[in-house]
Structures are given as C-alpha cells and as structure tokens.
Design a protein around this ligand. Structure first.
Ligand SMILES: Cc1ncc(C[n+]2csc(CCOP(=O)(O)OP(=O)(O)O)c2C)c(N)n1
Length: 378
C-alpha cells in the first residue's frame, strides 16, 4: 500500500496498476484470468442495469433512479476482495457491490418498483437497497450517518473475534459530514477492522470538490485521525482491488482501519432529478473515453492478454440485459405493498390503538386514492 503510516500523505501518490502506455501490467497477487473476466462482467452488469433504470425512469415506469455510470470499478474492485460474511454499509451508489455478491436480480428490481416483494416494503426511497443475507445494510438518506454504524459493527467484530471486516462508502461531499469526523475519531482510537472508501466522483450534486474542501486530497483527512490512508485510481479496477485486498488483510490481522480514496468521476447525473449540463456542460463525456472509462480500460487490458473478443463482449451484454429486463418486467407486474403493511414491523405486538387505525383505514380504503409519487427532490 502507498502509505501505511498515518504520518505520511503524499498528494502526488495515486495507486495505479493499469498505466496509460504500458499494457503489459502484472495482475495483483492472486488474480486469475477467471477473476479478470468476472470483474469485467460485473462492471458490465452495473452499466446495463443503469441503462435499464434510466430507460424505465424516462418512460415513466419508475419514479426515480440513481445511476453509477463511470464508477463501476470503484464498486467491483472492492467487492472482489470481500469475504462472504463481511459487512457492507453502502450509500445509494453501491448497488454494484450488491450485484457482485450474487443476489437475485429481483432484490434490485422489486426495490426499484417498491412493490410488495421489495425487501424495504416500499418504505425507503429508491436506491436504498438492502439485503440481510449478504450483510448489505440499508442506507439512511441523511448523508454520513451510516459511517458510525459501520464503525460500531466493526467494533462488535473485534470483541467477538469473528474475523469479519466491515466496509463502508461515502461520497466526496459526505466527507464534510459530522459523522465522517465521529466515525474516524472512533476508528483511529479503537482500531476496529473497518475500511472506509471515499468515492471521490468529484461532485456533490453540482458542487465540485474544490469548493467542498481546502485539502489537496481527501485521503489526507485520514492523517488527522491517525488512520492510515491511500489514494487510488478508482477507474482502475485492479488498483482498487489491490488496495482493498491489502486493507482488508490488515483489518483481519488486527491492524485496524484504513481510509481509501477512490478517485473516479460521476459521468451521469446525480440522480434522475438532475441535469448536470446546467453546471458542468459536457465535461462528463471526457470520462467515457478509452483512457478513462473503467470498462474500456479493463477491456484494453484484456485484449492484450488475448482474453477478449467481439463475440465475448456481445454475449456478456446480451446475458446482462436479458437478466435485467426479465427481472424488471416481472417486478412491474407485482402489486404495490398492501396498506396494512404500513402498520407492521413497528412493534413486536401491535398496540390496540394502532390496530384500530389500521382497521379504520382498511374499512375505508376505497374512499382514498393512491397518489403517484411524482418527481423526487434529490
Ligand atoms: C445530511 C444531508 N445533507 C444533504 C443531503 C442532500 N444530499 C443528498 S445527496 C447529496 C450529495 C452527496 O454528494 P457526495 O457525498 O459527493 O456523493 P455522490 O452523490 O456524488 O456520489 C446531498 C447534498 C442529505 N441527503 N443529507
């Protein structure tokens, strides 16, 4: 890792495996050709999912969506290094990590529609995915609050000595939140097995990083808390994997937390309610090139290795699109959650006052109209 000591932060240092001119790179330790293909296919699945989400939203079939186009490596590179029982505290842009953990596609599609099979029962905003079986914890829209929960979960793993690592992700904007400070303060002192990824996609909605923070890099923030930190080319899937693997190994060995800044770019809008051309023109197009797009960069590397072909590419896209389209088509047919479900999961035994309200609502259901959610504000 570039910087193991919290005392040294070099703003020039950026961990990269795929360089601009040299396509004869050495794969990080332990990565096989099968791994490379799995990572590549994982990135394409995210992009295909985004393509579908966008189309569904623009044609009025879902209310809102969040995409992560251009940030696929910052998800897949981390997910490939995780063990099955590790805990994940994402924010709204890491559904690619969930996909990479082989959850059924329905988990994502049902949530997109907020239908009766949605694991959040339609009570969360879209893009607040959750999946208990893979330790993928639901996100609170209040930016940063999940960071302290992640550190707490890692603290529990330390007490239990169960060997699990907790990872959490926060955007560049989120590093200005109070909870970023609280979580790093605690992590620096008690040294639980937690790895915090700053997904520096260079914007917090319309605000560029230069207007969010006076420091030259965001990984520099780790130094003040005594947390070792490293800055990584977040569009280089192999570098992201290498930094993640090293940090997870340190955490499992009892050596405590790591802060990893993944430098990437949000090529699309903040959400389906945003129009980035209004604050940055066509800047985003410059990040979808062979030199910068994480998928195109990995593809060039695979071409050099002789493990990429047009037929392979077509087959990977076809499989991804078919899987996603079948699943979203089914999700669209499922009914919305029942009104009675609003009253569930609050108390182990429903108090009589709540039961009365539920019965009254159900007795008068036909006199209420369901409201379309319309445009979301974010
Ligand atoms: C505490 C809080 N403040 C403001 C918001 C509104 N908000 C939602 S997303 C967002 C931008 C977050 O940007 P960043 O952390 O860089 O992540 P990105 O969306 O770029 O991936 C803001 C300001 C919020 N949800 N919570």
């Amino acid at each position: 890792m570039g910087s193991k000591s919290a005392g040294s932060v070099n703003p020039e240092a950026l961990l990269r495996v795929m360089t601009d001119n040299d396509k004869t790179i050495q794969l990080p330790n332990g990565l096989s050709v099968e791994d490379v293909k799995r990572m590549y296919e994982g990135m394409i699945l995210i992009r295909a999912y985004d393509e579908r989400q966008k189309n569904l939203q623009r044609s009025g079939r879902i209310g809102f969506c969040v995409t992560s186009t251009g940030e696929e490596a910052a998800q897949v590179g981390t997910a490939h290094a995780l063990e099955a029982n590790d805990w994940v505290y994402p924010y709204y842009r890491q559904y690619g990590v969930l996909l990479y953990r082989n959850v059924p596609m329905e988990v994502l599609s049902d949530h997109l529609y907020g239908n009766e099979e949605d694991l959040a029962k339609g009570r969360q905003m879209p893009a607040h995915y959750t999946h208990k079986d893979t330790h993928f914890v639901s996100f609170s829209s209040v930016i940063g609050t999940h960071l302290t929960h992640a550190v707490g979960t890692a603290m529990a793993a330390k007490y239990r000595k169960d060997g699990n690592v907790t990872v959490t992700y926060i955007g560049d904007g989120g590093t200005s939140s109070n909870d970023f400070h609280s979580s790093l303060t605690f992590a620096g002192v008690f040294k639980p097995p937690v790895v915090m990824f700053i997904v520096n996609n260079q914007y917090a909605i319309s605000l560029p990083v230069s207007k969010q923070c006076g420091a030259e890099t965001l990984h520099a923030k780790g130094q003040g808390y005594g947390v070792p930190s490293v800055r990584v080319d977040g569009n280089d899937v192999f570098a992201v994997y290498q930094a993640s693997k090293e940090a997870f190994a340190r955490a499992r060995a009892g050596e405590g937390p790591t802060l990893i800044e993944l430098l990437t770019y949000r090529a699309g809008p903040h959400s389906s309610s945003d129009d980035p051309t209004r604050y940055r023109g066509n800047e985003g197009d410059q990040w979808m090139t062979e030199a910068r797009d994480p998928i195109l960069r990995a593809k060039q590397y695979m071409q050099t290795l002789g493990i990429w072909s047009e037929a392979y590419e077509a087959q990977v896209w076809e499989a991804a699109r078919t899987r996603i389209n079948l699943s979203t088509t089914e999700a669209e047919k499922r009914p919305e959650p029942s009104w009675a479900s609003m009253f569930e999961d609050v108390y182990a035994e429903m108090p009589a006052s709540l039961a009365r309200q539920r019965d009254e609502l159900l007795a008068n259901e036909s006199s209420f109209e369901r409201q379309d959610e319309g445009e979301f504000p974010l």
